[in-house]
Ligand binder design. Sequence first.
Ligand SMILES: Nc1ncnc2c1ncn2[C@@H]1O[C@H](COP(=O)(O)OP(=O)(O)OP(=O)(O)O)[C@@H](O)[C@H]1O
Ligand SMILES: [Mg+2]
Length: 290
Amino acid sequence: MIEAKRISKFFSVINKDGVAEGMTACLSVSLSIEAGKIITLLGPSGCGKSTFLEILAGLQAPTEGEVYIDGVRVLEPLPSTRSEIEEYRKKYRFLSPLANDLFRDRPKHDIAMIFQDYAVFPWMTALQNITFTLKLRGLPRGERDAQAGYYLNKVGLGSFANKYPSQLSGGMRQRLALARALSVEPKVILMDEPFAAVDLLTRERLQEDLLKLWESSGVTIVMVTHDVSEATYLSDEVIIFSPSPGTIRNRFTINVPRPRRRDDPELAEIQQRIGKLLKYDLDNETEYTI
Ligand SMILES: Nc1ncnc2c1ncn2[C@@H]1O[C@H](COP(=O)(O)OP(=O)(O)OP(=O)(O)O)[C@@H](O)[C@H]1O
Ligand SMILES: [Mg+2]
């Protein structure tokens, strides 16, 4: 269970006249996500979705509010000294992915994040991308290759283990990112527009892969997307953010049983309703920043 409680995030920015002014990226966002569900976040560009996701991951501190996973607080600030780290560690079980990397003796971690752009290291082969992550996470040397190979096979990249990301297609790179996230066997995977950069057919294949992996692992997935049909096809619930400052505008629960048909009339109807909402927000936006 992920619980975000009244999350707000304020930034101070310098405007074009050189004056500092406040900017609110998220405003009092509260959200509970049951374990094992797929949730997508939709909303206009700049409404704070990535910021909110990074706060869930513990990669950014909220200005106000708290995030809990299974009742344990997710912490963002990295302790700086070894003794502080030990203190944190005794007190809290969940730390951000960055903080988790500080602990070499914990092979399993709780949160994995997939970014759209920096998904994999280009200078490492597919296999090395995963074994390196497992090394950081403290898995013994002898077990890394087998575990990495297992997850590469799971995403259909078994025969590409020794290829570099530049030798893979965009869709394969995303599958590699998925394999790397799964390889640490997280409880929660947070994905920020993971399939935005691939063509439609590849995207649909990746969605199928994701569903298969989700079914076999029971992981909780929170995903940001701009694609309404992707959101409705994959999710148990679609959360619509309002234009900036981001607040939760609507929640759509999708009870259509899986496996779903992409042309299911019930999904089509929800898509239409969501599409109208998003269009309304776009039409009524008063300020455009170009
Ligand atoms: N570090 C920062 N400093 C100042 N402002 C920021 C910072 N990070 C984000 N913002 C602002 O917060 C708002 C929300 O940004 P965010 O990246 O969360 O939006 P988003 O919903 O993910 O948008 P998109 O759909 O385009 O990815 C934007 O107006 C952005 O300019
Ligand atoms: Mg974003």
